[in-house]
Design a protein around this ligand. Structure first.
Ligand code: AMP
Ligand code: MG
Length: 513
């Protein structure tokens, strides 16, 4: 086992001088040194060989006990020192102060063709664990492990999954927060990203007016992740902010494209590289419902509902702009970047929605066609994934019938609305130059055939809780090629079954993970 370790984050940024592992406020430091907690009986459930190879692990390494011990925090890779990052964040619209990696521990950074950080989620308490245990349970770990890979193969920027393991320890969780805690199997996900820096890492120092540490972190970010920009230069800082705006727009447009709802878009869960990060109570739209959120904690306000994600992306960037302002003291370029969010989002979103319906030369009127499509999708429960996939080949709206949860509703006024839309749509398609065959092929590259529906993960979890990991294997294979026809897996190209409509884990999730 020989990895090309390059720990720039810990070598170049200030560390917390206190080496003890107890909950505390940390000042003037970007991270605290912390050792993962040893686990009782670690066991690998799944390894993502491709990501392992990207990091420099060889096939023999992956099969070795050493690998299992590293990805469960029981062995520390030679000459490395694990650490937890210090960050803050706005949670549900309010400044929450210091948060930090409460149950994530970074093991090391590796340089290959790019820089990777390997992080364990659920490997024990850190100085940022506050009142919680630093652990994760099997159900939420399966969800994170599979979903990050599903997103990656859909072409969406995300953290990656390396490994899914059982710790062998029992973890107490009150799933519904209703006073019925139960023991569940503890698990650890090894996850990888070029960087795990969040909006909240920058925000925390601005909130304390610690400009020195803020500048150090921003300069590190520039040096390491945006080498085209200059350190110690306020214009470059504003450009960095613009880069973060651009990356965030792209990420959110992708989420809207596939019907992914993050569920907890707090600023501590927003990556400065525009990666989808922290898979908690996320979900996928089954029926197209812009008001849907999977997160029970957010049931009242639905702040993080599907249709609101673009606005929340901007709200979060406003908070980050305030942070940058403490260093640049020039609002103009930051405002310009914020204003560009709206124009970029509108343009990219229209282009994306047009591509979903096979319009590849969008014009200014197309948004009307898209708007009436969105209105129609809500007339009666319509499955988003099935609808767009079937639309490619449809010659009448009835060809999409299996996308409707209650097909018998497709009559009377509802049918008339759909037929009117379909007619307009056909007329619009006539202005396109692509052949039908090419149009279908291009539509199939933006409209996935298979997404990781909420009930699918739930089935994999229920089996895994009984020590049967075959469905994890199957879904892991399925999600590698979400845009391809996979006749073997045709059963997953189907609407959510009725039993899943209101089931916990399938329709609603709590933050308890
Ligand atoms: P999240 O909502 O998962 O993004 O978490 C928000 C904050 O709570 C982060 O600082 C997490 O590290 C922390 N946190 C969440 N769950 C736990 C846990 N079981 N133990 C310790 N800290 C946690
Ligand atoms: Mg988080």
């Amino acid at each position: 086992m020989k990895l090309n370790i390059q720990n720039s984050f810990t070598e170049e940024l200030p560390a917390d001088a206190n080496l003890e592992n107890f909950t505390r406020q940390v000042h003037h430091a970007c991270f605290s040194w912390v050792t993962p907690t040893k686990t009782k009986a670690p066991k690998l459930i799944h390894v993502n060989t491709k990501v392992a190879e990207d990091l420099g692990f060889e096939q023999d390494d992956i099969l070795s006990p050493n690998f299992l011990n590293i990805v469960t925090g029981n062995t520390i890779y030679p000459n490395t020192s694990p650490y937890a990052m210090c960050y803050g964040g706005h949670q549900f619209g309010n400044w929450a102060g210091q948060l930090g990696d409460g149950r994530a521990i970074n093991l090391f950074q590796v340089q290959t063709t790019k820089l990777h950080t390997l992080q364990l989620k659920g490997a024990g308490k850190t100085p940022y664990s506050r009142t919680a245990d630093g652990l994760a349970v099997l159900r939420s770990s399966v969800r994170e492990y599979l979903c990050a890979e599903a997103m990656h193969h859909l072409g969406i920027p995300t953290t990656r999954s390396l490994s899914l393991s059982l710790s062998g320890d029992q973890v107490l969780r009150d799933v519904l927060y209703n006073g019925n805690p139960e023991y569940e199997q503890g698990a650890i996900v090894g996850r990888v990203a070029e960087s795990f820096i969040r909006f909240g890492n920058f925000q925390l120092f601005a909130s304390k007016n610690d400009k020195t540490t803020l500048a150090a972190l921003i300069n590190y970010t520039i040096r390491t992740h945006f080498p085209n920009l200059k350190e110690n230069d306020t214009d470059s800082y504003a450009q960095l902010f613009q880069e973060i705006v651009n990356a965030s727009v792209t990420m959110v447009v992708h989420w809207q494209r596939v019907g992914f709802v993050h569920g907890v878009m707090n600023t501590d869960n927003m990556s400065i590289l525009g990666l989808t990060i922290d898979y908690g109570p996320y979900g996928w739209l089954d029926n197209y419902d812009p008001d849907w959120t999977p997160n029970t904690t957010d049931k009242q306000n639905r702040r993080y509902r599907y249709g609101q994600q673009p606005n929340i992306g901007l709200w979060n960037l406003y908070q980050l702009a305030n942070t940058f302002y403490t260093l640049t003291e020039d609002a103009k370029p930051l405002e310009k970047a914020l204003n560009s969010y709206k124009t970029q989002f509108e343009a990219e979103n229209l282009k994306m929605m047009c591509a979903k319906i096979g319009v590849f030369t969008p014009n200014k009127q197309d948004y009307i066609l898209i708007q009436s499509l969105e209105t129609n999708l809500k007339l009666t429960e319509t499955d988003m994934t099935l609808f767009f996939r079937l639309l490619a080949k449809a010659t009448t709206i009835e060809d999409c019938i299996v996308a409707f949860y209650t097909p018998q509703h497709l009559k009377g006024e509802i049918l008339a609305e759909w037929q009117a839309w379909f007619l307009q749509y056909q007329t619009r398609l006539e202005q396109e130059t692509l052949s039908k065959k090419d149009r279908i092929a291009k539509m199939n590259l933006v409209n996935p055939k298979y997404v990781l529906r909420n009930y699918m993960s739930q089935l994999a979890i229920e089996a895994a809780e009984k020590n049967d990991y075959s469905l994890i294997d199957e879904l892991f294979t399925l999600i590698q090629n979400p845009y391809d026809e996979q006749p073997k897996y045709e059963k997953w190209f189907a609407k959510r079954p009725d039993w899943a409509k209101h089931k916990i884990g399938c329709s609603m999730l709590s933050c308890s993970s």
